[in-house]
Design a protein around this ligand. Structure first.
Ligand SMILES: Cc1cc2nc3c(=O)[nH]c(=O)nc-3n(C[C@H](O)[C@H](O)[C@H](O)COP(=O)(O)OP(=O)(O)OC[C@H]3O[C@@H](n4cnc5c(N)ncnc54)[C@H](O)[C@@H]3O)c2cc1C
Length: 420
């Protein structure tokens, strides 16, 4: 990483950090990206881009490679007790992107990192933000360069050691460093829990006959189920599971906001468990499943940072909020935050705006998340909503694959509206 004074250092090369760096680079800002890991994620995790995210990637000139790797979902259906109670388009008529693009988070990260590299902004892997201190005009940052070493004698183990610590000065630090965010923790920002955590049993499978253009949400007394078609004749079912009902599935030895609890060897995630969930909650689902190739049990907390930063250090993405997986809201809202924060920082750097511009970012982000977490305002049914939808409005809110202005429009298509 170059030593001269940076405009913005982005800590974290997940989807949010990479997008922030692309936005800043497009605005002519001198930006650099550091990530503690040795490469991006290796699995799909957050797997869908809302239409608003696609418009943003279009502006950044990266939508083509994203679409080339994606499946397009145009319809979003709701089932309850075996009945299809709603089916709505995922975008407004005439939208430039009238679909949700489904692609693995690993693929998205690869496309974004490649685009950044092509624009002369390489991601510095194995470079971990260790600490920082800010003044009125800049942020002094220490970054640990990590090196993998074999340790142990009789049984070799691998561990990461600090090879060297680099010091750097930057005008802004953008913390897109995920749910464990060092940036958030060093700023002593509370990460408050707004709703109880939920456990999801997730199964990915080959199913060549699965409809490619429709995502499904199943409403059930035991929790929601969500079906997404994936590229390559694959699909993903995620079922909220109540820990009390499936105690053998739950191991909470350490407390981690997004915790992977099980894998293929875990009893509760055997294919018999998957078929039992399908039989109980989605008996209408008759698409043959050829092979389950991936499964996990994840615990998602629902948290929001008390504030999104201060002075010259700001947060975006999972560093500031956590949500369940159903509507892919955390990543997609995070992408918008990346764009908003990049715009605010650019305006301040160009001298047109003062730092209070960033307080506005804080207010808008907090308001939006309080709405999404159901802490402020309420989603209420209108007369045109199906009774099953009307009865489970609170459950549906985190499942809606939209945010901001599009969230209200999406809700309206289901006969729902927001009130204060
Ligand atoms: C197991 C799992 C399953 C998930 N499943 C779903 C799902 O089904 N649906 C869904 O919507 N979402 C899911 N998510 C959440 C989704 O992955 C996140 O919402 C998304 O990745 C947020 O992107 P981000 O860029 O904010 O943070 P992240 O993707 O977490 O990226 C943060 C980056 O910061 C880096 N970093 C951390 N600390 C430092 C440091 N000190 N210095 C430098 N770099 C640092 C990390 O290495 C990482 O690359 C899942 C997450 C996990 C972990």
């Amino acid at each position: 990483m170059k030593k001269n004074l940076l405009d913005v250092l982005v800590a974290g090369a997940g989807p949010v950090g990479l997008t922030a760096a692309l936005c800043l680079n497009k605005a002519g800002v001198h930006v650099s990206v550091a990530d503690a890991k040795s490469s991006g994620v290796t699995h799909s995790y957050a797997l869908a881009l809302h239409p608003a995210s696609l418009s943003m990637f279009d502006d950044l000139g990266v939508v083509e490679p994203i679409l080339a790797e994606s499946t397009r979902v145009v319809r979003w259906a709701v089932f309850e007790k075996g009945r299809r109670v709603a089916a709505v388009p995922v975008a407004e008529p005439g939208a430039k992107f009238p679909f949700i693009a489904v692609l693995g988070q690993d693929v998205l990260e690869r496309v974004l990192a490649h685009a950044l590299g092509a624009r002369g902004v390489p991601v510095h892997w194995n470079l971990r933000l260790a600490r920082f201190g800010q003044s009125a005009t800049s942020v002094r940052v220490e970054l640990d360069e990590l090196e993998e070493r074999v340790i142990g004698y009789a049984a070799a183990r691998f561990d990461w050691l600090v090879r060297k610590t680099h010091e750097l000065e930057t005008k802004f630090l953008l913390g897109a460093d995920g749910h464990h965010s060092l940036v958030r923790r060093q700023l002593l920002i509370d990460f408050q829990e707004h709703r109880p955590a939920e456990h999801f049993a997730v199964f990915e499978f080959d199913a060549s006959q699965l409809a490619k253009d429709e995502a499904v949400v199943v409403l059930h007394d035991d929790g929601v189920g969500v079906l997404w078609p994936l590229p390559g004749g694959r699909g993903r079912w995620s079922f909220a599971v109540d820990p009390a009902k499936y105690p053998e599935a739950i191991r909470e030895k350490d407390h981690d906001p997004v915790q992977v609890l099980g894998s293929g060897v875990f009893p509760a995630l055997e294919s018999s468990f998957f078929h039992r969930l399908l039989a109980e909650r989605a008996p209408w689902f008759e698409t043959p499943i050829d092979h389950i190739y991936w499964r996990m049990l994840v615990r998602f907390e629902k948290r929001l940072a008390k504030r999104f930063g201060e002075g010259r250090v700001w947060l975006a993405g999972d560093a500031a909020h956590l949500m369940g997986p159903a509507g892919i809201q955390s990543m997609n809202v995070g992408l918008r935050e990346a764009g908003d924060l990049a715009r605010c920082m650019t305006e301040v750097l160009r001298g047109g705006q003062e730092l209070p511009r960033l307080s506005e970012y804080n207010r808008q982000r907090t308001d939006e998340w309080q709405t999404l977490l159901g802490s402020c305002g309420r989603l209420v049914p209108g007369p045109e909503a199906d009774p099953a939808v009307a009865a489970r409005v609170e459950t549906l809110l985190p499942c809606l694959p939209a945010s901001g202005r599009e969230l209200a429009l999406f809700a309206a298509r289901l006969g729902l509206r927001f009130t204060m």
